[in-house]
Design a protein around this ligand. Structure first.
Ligand code: HEM
Length: 154
């Protein structure tokens, strides 16, 4: 079975909540990433030289926001077209940036767990395993698209 209407609705509903406080959720997202994979710090220029995660850094917010948004968009496309088509950033560029930064499969898993953890905290009582499953599936398909591109460029 493909991505269902219910799954799309769960993602959209929680994205509305997330959007209301991007600065806070971005910070939480990066905190969870670094707890799981401290070495990721050295990949991001804005984290590399500071002891703490910067509270109000536009680039940090931008990476968090784009991961949240592109995952949500992937859910919509999986429902509409049955596949992920990137609309925000050209796939070729995404592939080369992540390849250049040394991103590997395990990083994608860490980012997935951080994404789900951030959403879970953000939506509180609205959270359900089904909601997590819907975000997880959309993310997996998006990550697979980027990873395939990275392999092609490697
Ligand atoms: C940069 C998206 C996963 C690390 C970027 C950019 C986008 C993006 C759009 C900016 C490209 C530009 O402006 O030139 C995504 C999406 C992901 C994902 C949609 C997952 C679905 C990851 C993972 C890591 C990672 C797993 C590693 C932990 C980076 C780094 C940069 C970057 C280090 C460069 C940031 C900078 O130099 O400021 N990503 N990314 N990304 N991404 Fe990701």
């Amino acid at each position: 079975m493909g991505f269902t209407e219910k799954q799309e609705a769960l993602v959209k509903e929680s994205w509305k909540v997330m959007k209301q406080n991007i600065p806070e959720h971005s910070l939480r997202f990066f905190t969870l990433i670094l707890e799981m994979a401290p070495a990721v710090k050295n990949m991001f220029p804005f984290l590399k030289d500071s002891d703490e995660i910067p509270q109000n850094n536009p680039k940090l917010k931008a990476h968090a926001f784009i991961v949240f948004k592109m995952t949500c968009d992937s859910a919509i496309q999986l429902r509409e077209k049955g596949q992920v088509v990137l609309r925000d950033v050209p796939l070729k560029h995404l592939g080369s940036v992540h390849l250049e930064k040394g991103v590997v499969n395990s990083h994608f898993e860490v980012v997935k767990e951080a994404l789900l953890g951030t959403i879970k905290e953000a939506v509180g009582e609205s959270w359900s395993d089904e909601m997590g499953g819907a975000w997880g599936e959309a993310y997996d398909q998006l990550a697979a698209t980027i990873k395939t591109q990275m392999e092609e460029e490697a």
